[in-house]
Design a protein. Structure first.
Length: 162
């Protein structure tokens, strides 16, 4: 099951209320919300602690790029499409067979292989798992990479920015 907050694949998720919407999260993220089973209901005022935790998370998230400047950061490899295509072909699967086997639309996979579509976290992890490949790379967040981080936003960036 996928935690709807951090995107981690965990054995169990639990429903909590965060900002009045019910989402399923992992145990680590559950502390940021109000336990749906313990009577936290949509519309109930969040506690001061919950608000503080939320603000803290936001601060941390917004500060991420600066905080990591000069250190390492992990990002999608530039030729992810080729990596996916070659791994698929090595398995002797055509696009139809492969997309069928992982329950995705053929067009989605074909656009990813053409580097036209950046897979979201969930799909990226699925591709990595199914094809036994790695689509993320660690890069030095030096001056040179700063320019790169201002490139086209991926879906992942977009989610992080809310
Ligand atoms: Zn989580």
């Amino acid at each position: 099951m996928i935690c709807e907050m951090c995107g981690k694949d965990v054995p169990v998720t639990r429903p909590v209320f965060i900002e009045r919407s019910k989402i399923n999260v992992c145990a680590a993220c559950a502390k940021f919300g109000e336990d749906a089973k313990a009577g936290g209901a949509p519309g109930s005022a969040p506690s001061a602690v919950a608000i503080e935790q939320r603000l803290e998370r936001r601060r941390r998230r917004m500060g991420t790029r600066d905080a990591y400047a000069g250190t390492e950061t992990v990002s999608l490899v530039e030729d992810y499409g080729r990596v996916v295509r070659e791994a698929r072909q090595k398995r002797g699967l055509d696009l139809d067979e492969f997309s069928d086997s992982i329950g995705e639309r053929r067009g989605t996979i074909s656009r990813i292989e053409a580097n036209e579509l950046v897979p979201d976290d969930k799909l990226r992890k699925k591709l990595e798992r199914e094809l036994d490949i790695t689509l993320m790379e660690t890069v030095q967040a030096s001056g040179a990479v700063t320019a790169k981080s201002q490139g086209p936003m991926t879906l992942e960036d977009f989610i992080k920015r809310e």
